[in-house]
Design a protein around this ligand. Structure first.
Ligand code: COS
Length: 390
């Protein structure tokens, strides 16, 4: 039977996130957006009430929530402010390579750190010369005895300035293309330098910075999965985390849709609320349909992951459609508000700026189309450790 009816537990979890977003995030979202300031207090409170690290398994001290539970939380929190939710959710992205490839000792130590205190971790894949083309990375990890020595630079790294450890992808065999990449968990030390905090168009509450590793030494035991198998670990990670980005896009789109709907009912032009003009009511209708479809795709991908199935295709469908829909819905919300929508006195211009990154991070909308095209035209058997987190 196909059924998306929420259980009482899921409704309670969604309500917890909704109330947190309403009471703790929304009132300060505009201020953090304006100043580009770090929401330290919200991070601490979210950690305290259990709205961070939700996928860490119970055996490592976490709540062990399922992907479907996760997307319920991510939508609500991003409806509050997606920049703040990016800060809160980044531990999930950084933790996934550990969940998939880390030894029991690595998981116990590094996931345990996130559970014991409100600490942060970052996922370090992107480099100045390697964005969509992951295999083009230049960061090197060289084996020396029982250690690896890591040297290189990663850019656009969420929470980099505040992280205690980093999930880092580096070349262990530079001649072998995507088959020469390995993944490591790297604790922060004096050789890890945060070079540049970015000044961004949207999601201004989140910290985005460049991190350089300067002959950073990590024990060989910090290798995640097998040496030279890091590319597949990165791809498997993104298969698992892209539905969370889709859920955030749904959250931004919902915030914009709700604002536009309310405004269209209250704003009078030509003697009637603008919602009575078909030009506006059809925009509202299209926004509602896109929002509904994006949420269904997101829930579908999350359910497949919870079943332990490979969901590269469905994750990319959800991420691509939800991100592009969020961009369209937020742009239309500004249009419904007219001149007022363009002003910072109203929240919709922020939603539009925040939506843009949804089409870029964790794989651009073009990369999602590439994955969808390949999966549709020439599906291949790929071994996936997805079941490990189901
Ligand atoms: N799970 C497991 N393995 C996968 C996989 C997946 N989802 N997708 C691909 N692979 C495997 C392939 O099977 C192939 O294996 P073999 O070495 O055995 O042949 C290998 O990985 C290489 O795959 P492919 O040829 O598709 O690699 P490409 O270099 O063409 O890259 C894209 C594929 C473009 C899809 C990939 O680089 C990508 O996702 N880029 C975007 C990165 C991104 O999202 N960055 C954002 C950073 S986080 S903010």
């Amino acid at each position: 039977m196909v059924d998306f009816t929420l259980t009482d537990e899921q409704k309670n979890l969604r309500d917890l996130a909704r109330e947190f977003a309403e009471n703790e995030i929304r009132p300060v979202a505009a201020e953090h957006d304006r100043d580009g300031s770090w929401p330290a207090e919200i991070v601490r409170k979210a950690w305290e009430v259990g709205l961070m690290n939700i996928h860490v398994p119970e055996e490592y001290g976490g709540a062990g929530l399922r992907h479907f539970d996760g997307v319920l939380v991510e939508e609500e929190m991003a409806r509050g402010c997606s920049g703040i939710q990016t800060s809160l959710g980044a531990n999930g992205l950084a933790s996934t390579p550990l969940l998939l490839g880390g030894s029991d000792a690595v998981k116990r130590r590094y996931l345990g750190m996130l559970i014991e205190e409100p600490k942060l971790a970052s996922f370090c894949l992107t480099e100045p010369g390697a964005g969509s083309d992951v295999a083009g990375m230049r960061t090197r990890a060289v084996r020396k005895g029982d250690s690896y020595v890591i040297t290189g630079q990663k850019c656009f790294i969420t929470n980099a300035s505040h992280a205690d450890w980093y999930a880092v992808f580096a070349k262990t065999d530079p001649e072998a293309g995507h088959r020469g990449i390995s993944a490591f968990v790297v604790p922060r030390d004096e050789t890890v330098i945060i070079d540049k905090k970015e000044d961004k168009l949207g999601q201004r509450a989140s910290d985005t910075a460049t991190v350089s590793f300067n002959e950073t030494v990590v024990p060989a035991a910090n290798l995640l999965g097998e040496e030279n198998h890091g590319f597949k670990l990165a791809m498997a990670t993104l298969d698992l985390t892209r539905p969370a980005v889709a859920a955030m896009a749904v959250g931004i789109a919902r915030a914009a849709f709700e604002a536009a709907k309310a405004y269209s009912i209250e704003r009078v032009q030509f003697g009637v609320p603008i919602a009575m003009h078909q030009a506006v009511s059809f925009m509202i209708a299209d926004m509602a349909t896109k929002l509904h479809a994006a949420r269904l795709m997101t829930w579908n991908a999350a359910v497949l992951l919870d079943q332990g199935r490979r969901a590269s295709l469905e994750s990319s469908h959800a991420k691509r459609f939800a991100a592009d829909s969020a961009m369209e819905i937020t742009t239309d919300a500004v249009q419904v508000f007219g001149g007022y929508g363009y002003m910072k006195d109203y929240p919709v211009e922020k939603y539009m700026r925040d939506a843009k990154i949804m089409q870029i991070y964790e794989g651009t909308s073009q990369i999602q189309r590439l994955v969808i095209a390949r999966e549709t035209l020439m599906p291949r058997q790929v071994e996936t450790p997805a079941a490990a987190t189901a």
